[in-house]
Design a binder for this molecule. Structure first.
Ligand SMILES: *Cc1c(COP(=O)(O)O)cnc(C)c1O
Length: 421
C-alpha cells in the first residue's frame, strides 16, 4: 500500500498534486511519501512485536538525510555499508548504538570512524577484516562488538545480481567454517562476539529461502553456544521483496515474515535485528518525468522522456519492471497503445519499458514511475552531464525539496584543471 493515489483525475502524493510539485521543481524528480515510509517501518516493527528487536533500515536503499530523520524519529536503527553512510546516519541524529555496520570490504579508515563515533556492532565478513577491527579497537582502547556474517548457501531465488547467500557469492564466511572462525574471533581481545548475521539477498518473493537460512542460523546458534560463545543477538538481514507490478502475485507480508522469524528463532531468546531497505523505501517513492517527444518508429512508437537511465538505472541494470502511469488519470475506457518508453541517453540500454500499454500521451505530459523509492536516487549518476535530479518529501499537504538539482556551473566547477593546462 502507498499514498500515491488519483483524486479528481490527478495523481497525488498524500495531499499534494504531483503536477504542483512538477511546476515548482521541474522534471524529472523523485518524490517520497512520509506516511508510506512510516507505515512500512511500522509494519516491520509490529511484525516483531513481543520479541526484543530493532529494525535497522538498510539506508543504501534511499539515504537522503530527511528520509533517515523521518525513520530515526520513529525509532529505526540504521544498517550502513560504508563510512559515508555511517556519517550520514550520525548526521541525521541516529545514535551510534543504533547503527550496524555491514559490508564485505570495510577499510581501516571506515572502521576507525565507526569505533570512534560509536557502533552497535560490526557484521564481520572475513577473518582478515576481523584482525583489522581487532587491531584498531586495541589501538583506540575500546572493545568492538561483532557478529560474523555467515553464508548459509541458500538460493534466494532472486535476480543473480542481488543474490548474496550462495557459496559462490563474495559475502560472509561459509557456515561450515563458523566454529573455527568464531573460535578465532573469541581469541582476539579487541572483539566481543555477540551474535550471528545473515543476509541472503534482495527482492525475495518467497519465504522459503528465509526459512532455510534461519533454520541454519538456529542450529548454528545452539552449536556456537555449546562451544562457549555467548550468542545473544541475531541479525537476519533484509531482502523482503515488494510488488513491482499490480498484476504479480504479491510477495509475503512483513507480518508473515515476522511470524517465520518467531517460529524458526523465537525459542533461542536472542535479540532480533532485521535490515529491511527496499520494503521500507521502494513503494514510498516515485520518479516523475515529462514526455519530451513522441516519435513514430517502424512498427513501434517511442515515448521519449526527460528522465533517463542515469536517473533510474534499475531497468538497465536488473531488467527491472516499473509500473509507469500517467499523472493525469486516463479517462475510463480510453484506448491504450503500446510505446517503447526511453530516455535521451546515448545508449540502447536507456530503455525503461518495451511495448508498454499506455494511454495516448503528448509532449509535456507527466508520467510517474512507481516503486522507485529504493535503489533509485541513490544509484543515480550524472552520466551525459545530466544533473542529479531533485528529491522531494511530502508530508500531508506539505512538500519540501530535500535535495536540490545542482546547477551546471556547480557540476562543471567540481572538476579542476591541472597547472600545466
Ligand atoms: C542491501 C542489504 C540490505 C537490504 O536489502 P533490501 O532488499 O533492500 O531489504 C540489508 N542488509 C545488507 C547486509 C544488505 O547488503
Amino acid at each position: 500500500m502507498d499514498h500515491f493515489l488519483y483524486r479528481d483525475g490527478a495523481l497525488y502524493a498524500e495531499d499534494v498534486p504531483i503536477s504542483e510539485i512538477a511546476a515548482a521543481v521541474g522534471t524529472p524528480f523523485y518524490v517520497y511519501s512520509t506516511a508510506t515510509l512510516l507505515r512500512h517501518f511500522q509494519l516491520f516493527d509490529d511484525a516483531l512485536d513481543g520479541t526484543d528487536h530493532l529494525v535497522c533500515y538498510a539506508m543504501k536503499a534511499a539515504s537522503n538525510q530527511a528520509i533517515l530523520k523521518t525513520l530515526a524519529r520513529a525509532g529505526a536503527g540504521m544498517d550502513v555499508v560504508s563510512g559515508g553512510e555511517y556519517l550520514r546516519a550520525k548526521a541525521a541524529g541516529v545514535p551510534g548504538d543504533k547503527i550496524v555496520f555491514s559490508g564485505v570490504g570495510k577499510t581501516a579508515d571506515e572502521i576507525r570512524t565507526a569505533l570512534t563515533g560509536g557502533i552497535r556492532q560490526f557484521n564481520v565478513e572475513s577473518e582478515p577484516e576481523m584482525e583489522v577491527i581487532n587491531a584498531i579497537a586495541l589501538e583506540l582502547g575500546v572493545v568492538a562488538p561483532i557478529t560474523v556474517r555467515v553464508n548459509p548457501d541458500v538460493d534466494a531465488k532472486t535476480h543473480a545480481k542481488i543474490a548474496t547467500g550462495k557459496s559462490e557469492n563474495k559475502f560472509g564466511i561459509p557456515i561450515a567454517r563458523a566454529s573455527e572462525v568464531y573460535g578465532h574471533a573469541a581469541s582476539l581481545p579487541g572483539l566481543e562476539v555477540i551474535g550471528i548475521d545473515v543476509h541472503i539477498g534482495s527482492q525475495l518473493t518467497e519465504l522459503e529461502p528465509f526459512e532455510m537460512a534461519y533454520t541454519k542460523v538456529a542450529e548454528l546458534t545452539e552449536k556456537l553456544r555449546s562451544e562457549g560463545h555467548n550468542i545473544r543477538r541475531l541479525d537476519l538481514g533484509g531482502g523482503l521483496g515488494i510488488p513491482y507490478t499490480r498484476a504479480n502475485d504479491a510477495p509475503p507480508l512483513p507480518v508473515e515474515y515476522g511470524a517465520l522469524i518467531k517460529k524458526t528463532l523465537g525459542h533461542l531468546g536472542c535479540e532480533i535485528e532485521i535490515e529491511p531497505g527496499r520494503l521500507i523505501a521502494g513503494n514510498a517513492g516515485l520518479m516523475v518525468s515529462k514526455v519530451i517527444y513522441v516519435k513514430s518508429g517502424e512498427g513501434r512508437d517511442f515515448l521519449i522522456l526527460d528522465g533517463a537511465m542515469n536517473d533510474l538505472i534499475r531497468p538497465a541494470m536488473y531488467e527491472a519492471h516499473h509500473d509507469i502511469v500517467a499523472v493525469d488519470e486516463p479517462a475510463p475506457g480510453v484506448e491504450q497503445q503500446p510505446y517503447d518508453i526511453v530516455g535521451p541517453v546515448c545508449e540502447s540500454g536507456d530503455t525503461f519499458a518495451k511495448e508498454r500499454n499506455m494511454p495516448p500521451l503528448a509532449p509535456g505530459d507527466l508520467v510517474a514511475f512507481r516503486s522507485a523509492g529504493a535503489y533509485g536516487a541513490v544509484m543515480s549518476s550524472e552520466y551525459n552531464t545530466r544533473p542529479l535530479i531533485p528529491e522531494v518529501l511530502v508530508h500531508g499537504d506539505q512538500f519540501a525539496v530535500i535535495r536540490e538539482r545542482p546547477s551546471f556551473d556547480e557540476i562543471i566547477n567540481r572538476d579542476t584543471i591541472p597547472e600545466w593546462l
